[in-house]
Structures are given as structure tokens and as C-alpha cells.
Design a protein around this ligand. Structure first.
Ligand code: DX5
Ligand code: ZN
Length: 222
């Protein structure tokens, strides 16, 4: 079954604690599998969001695993803080380092799952050296930096090609532009995890939207 991860970047920062508490108390159909945190530094991407403290503080509000997406230069600076906030998985961008295997090993040494994110224009060949023991690939469906951007349709073929390339032990997630209208085809192409921001938070009740996304992501293979 596909794992769903709300991107809290799209939620109101004024009421994040309440939002997370409502996810924590939700029934199985609308409970997220992970909570996705978009850390941005204004250098790797043209936007600033939040640092690691937010995960540390929210850790007390929920047992839902945390998924940290580091859109920053020098991502290794934040691994210790992620470990202290009991982050389950840390995903770094291949474009942000010239030492991808070393950084992935550092994440795993801290007891966290290590993921690689690829911007839309970054080819899968970038994974050649790390693909054998890669645990997670995050395929970006938009150029990262902001919620609410339009999904790039060529993401679908990239997900399918990644599924061919990577061992079955490597999960594939998609982040950016995910909504009820593309969830099923992304899953059919090989995605086992979907991040969703604006499609969950920009309408009515996020718990209802998550339930609708879970339904839409169901394929006949499920
Ligand atoms: C984009 C972030 C995403 C974003 C998703 O740079 O990595 O996680 O918040 O938002 P939507 O689903 O609105 O594209
Ligand atoms: Zn993200």
C-alpha cells in the first residue's frame, strides 16, 4: 500500500501543533504514514522555510514518523539535529553534494533511513554509484522551493524508469504537484510514497483530503 506524507510547508505555521495533533488522533483512513518537513536555506532553493527545531518541538505531539527533505547546501550540517529529533528518514539532494555516498552513509550511521532527491532536470544516471544499496529515492515533480506548483508530467516516465533501475528494496517517493488526479498513475508507474502539500491543505479539511488522496492512490494492484 502506498505511504502518504503531508508536507507541512503548506499548513499554517500559526497552528502547526494543532494540525499535527489532529493527524495523530485520526483514524486509519486519514492518518498520515509520515510527516514531511521541507527544510530550505534560501541558497539551494530560492526560499526559506524552517530549521530542525520545528521537528524537535513537534516530536512531542505525535508518534507519526518524520520525513526530512533537506533542500539546503551542506546538508550534512543538519544530520545530528535530525537524529536528535528522532527523524525516521533524511533525504538529501544529489545536486547539493559532491560526496553523495559519504553523506548517505553518515545518515545511516545515525540510525536513520537515507534518501536521495532528484530535481526534475537531474538524470537517473546520477544514482549509478549508489543505486545498489539505496534505501529511498524522492523524484521531484516540480522544481523545488515552493508548494502549489504545477506537476511536471514527465515525472511519470522518470518514476517508471527509476522503478526499472533500482532494486525492489529501494522505495520511490514523488514530491511536488501530487493530487487526486495523478496519484493512481504515479503508483502504477512505481511510486510507493507520495508527498502532498497544497492538495491537502489548500482546500477544506486536511483529514478528508488525505482520505480522498488515499482512495485515489489505490490501484487495482492493491
Ligand atoms: C517543494 C517541496 C514539497 C512541497 C509540496 O519544494 O519539497 O514538499 O511542499 O507541495 P505541493 O504538494 O503543493 O507541490
Ligand atoms: Zn518536499
Amino acid at each position: 500500500m502506498v505511504a502518504l506524507a503531508p508536507s507541512l510547508l503548506s499548513a499554517s505555521f500559526a497552528t502547526l501543533g494543532e494540525t499535527v495533533a489532529s493527524f495523530e488522533g485520526a483514524d486509519a483512513a486519514s492518518r498520515p504514514d509520515l510527516l514531511h518537513f521541507d527544510l530550505m536555506d534560501g541558497h539551494f532553493v530560492p526560499n526559506l522555510t524552517f530549521g530542525t527545531q520545528i521537528m524537535k518541538d513537534l516530536r512531542a505531539c505525535t508518534t507519526i514518523p518524520f520525513d526530512a527533505h533537506l533542500m539546503v547546501e551542506n546538508p550534512e550540517r543538519y544530520f545530528d539535529a535530525c537524529a536528535k529529533a528522532q527523524v525516521e528518514r533524511v533525504t538529501i539532494h544529489a545536486e547539493a553534494t559532491t560526496h553523495l555516498p559519504r553523506l548517505l552513509a553518515q545518515i545511516r550511521e545515525q540510525g536513520m533511513v537515507a534518501g536521495v532527491a532528484l530535481n526534475p532536470a537531474t538524470p537517473l544516471e546520477t544514482l549509478q554509484w549508489v543505486k545498489q544499496d539505496l534505501q529511498f529515492l524522492l523524484v521531484m515533480g516540480v522544481n523545488p522551493g515552493f508548494s502549489g506548483q504545477a506537476f511536471l508530467p514527465r515525472t511519470l516516465e522518470k518514476v517508471a524508469a527509476a522503478r526499472e533501475l533500482l532494486p525492489q528494496t529501494c522505495a520511490i517517493g514523488v514530491d511536488g504537484g501530487v493530487a487526486t488526479n495523478n496519484a493512481a498513475e504515479l503508483v502504477r508507474a512505481g511510486a510507493s510514497m507520495l508527498v502532498a502539500g497544497s492538495s491537502l491543505f489548500d482546500g477544506g479539511e486536511p483529514l478528508d483530503a488525505l482520505q480522498a488522496l488515499r482512495k485515489a492512490a489505490k490501484t487495482t494492484e492493491d
